[in-house]
Ligand binder design. Structure first.
Ligand code: APR
Ligand code: ZN
Ligand code: ZN
Length: 361
């Protein structure tokens, strides 16, 4: 048995996405079918459409999603039909070297569904990040479903599935921001704004938001930034140093993914401070730094994949904080849209006035 649902598909490189009917198989062993309630539009979806991630067209886009488990296959015990879940792209395997040494957030053998979803002519789809959630329903590995409190709104909860988790985790997990620390966040889009929020949650003493767009700085202030710097108008490194007693920040989070902003992060931190790179560079980008500065300034240069999150640990905890009013996830939902408006949301991304457009089904 299988069922037909509507979904957003990128058929070929650079072409606008289209709304298609797809076939979702019944869940096999270890799999689950999830009825999607909301899915955020992320830059990675656009990168897939532009052919920047792989050539495995057609792609079933969408990966920042929450919904309700409709059916599970044999052997699935962690989730059951009716559970409200956030979908994750780190379904830890439990057997790889990272998992076995107790660091499952580095798991490099994460699970996806084994069966393929297809177009009606049988063409196999490649789901974005193994999820594919711009769809009424999707098929995933059961481990990709993390159960959370049903009282959270799906639009807000789904965002923890990718970008917002990446930002919060860059601060909490990778950067290990502590009480009283000074933090600077360079780039305050969805990911950077979430890093501001994470730093706030961790009790940072000063949170300096840096962006080239005043609107983004405004939002960052609403989410807990104590200071903001427009780096088009003033030098980011000097400004951060000035705001931290001349020292530089304890933790600088780079949420743009460019050599020039990484360089700013590198020089804007205090001696023995930490740089966290959570922005994703492109393959041709190169960075040159005096090796003596790398040595002489000490500290840690870290990268944060998916905020070094462990979905089973972090999603329910963050949703609970959200429901207690301590984590305003709703602030990231700039607009809610329909399934057939994803292409429009891609266009709006370039205008810079959106943290997240979220498809609500
Ligand atoms: N200096 C400071 N800020 C910058 C600069 C710059 N030179 N260039 C761009 N920005 C700002 C933009 O104004 C924007 O607010 O960086 C922000 C980027 O935000 P978004 O485009 O909304 O992207 P986001 O979803 O936050 O992702 C940021 O993290 O996960 C990765 O692939 C993602 O590389 C991307 C990064
Ligand atoms: Zn593993
Ligand atoms: Zn994403």
């Amino acid at each position: 048995m299988s069922q037909q649902v509507r979904a957003v598909v990128a058929r070929s490189k650079g072409a606008p996405v289209s709304l298609e009917t797809i076939i979702v198989p019944d869940p096999g062993p270890g799999e689950a079918v999830v009825r999607i309630e909301a899915c955020g539009v992320c830059h990675t979806d656009l990168h897939y459409r532009e052919g920047g991630i792989s050539d495995d067209f057609p792609f079933l886009l969408g990966h920042e999603a929450a919904g309700v488990v409709e059916a599970v296959g044999d052997g699935v015990t962690d989730v059951a039909p009716g559970d409200f879940v956030i979908l994750n792209w780190r379904a830890v395997c439990g057997n790889c070297r990272a998992c076995l040494r107790g660091r499952p957030w580095y798991c490099f053998n994460t699970h996806n569904a084994k069966q393929k979803m297809t177009l009606t002519d049988g063409t196999e789809l490649s789901p974005a990040l193994g999820i594919g959630a711009f769809a009424e329903k999707t098929l995933v590995a059961a481990g990709q479903c993390t159960k959370v409190d049903r009282r959270a709104s799906a639009a807000a909860a789904g965002l923890l599935g990718c970008g917002v988790m990446a930002g919060i985790g860059a601060a909490l997990n990778t950067g290990a921001v502590g009480r009283g620390d000074t933090v600077a966040v360079i780039g305050c889009g969805g990911v950077g704004a979430a890093a501001v929020l994470g730093s706030n949650l961790a009790g940072a003493g000063r949170i300096i938001a840096v962006d080239i767009d005043d609107q983004k700085l405004e939002t960052a202030r609403r989410l807990g930034a104590t200071h903001s710097v427009n780096s088009r108008e003033s030098d980011a490194v000097e400004a951060i140093r000035e705001l931290t007693g001349g020292f530089g920040a304890d933790v600088v989070i780079e949420a743009v993914g460019r050599p020039e902003t990484y360089r700013q992060a590198f020089y804007a931190r205090d001696l023995a401070g930490t740089v966290v790179l959570v922005g994703v560079p492109t393959p041709e980008m190169k960075l040159e730094l005096p090796l003596l500065d790398v040595f002489g300034r000490g500290g840690a240069l870290k990268s944060s994949w998916y905020g070094d999150c462990l979905p089973s640990r972090d999603f329910p905890m963050l949703i609970d904080l959200h429901l207690q009013g301590r984590l305003p996830l709703d602030a990231f939902v700039t607009e809610t849209i329909q399934l057939d408006e994803v292409e429009k949301a891609f266009e709006r991304m370039h205008q810079g006035d959106v943290l997240r457009s979220v498809v609500v089904l």
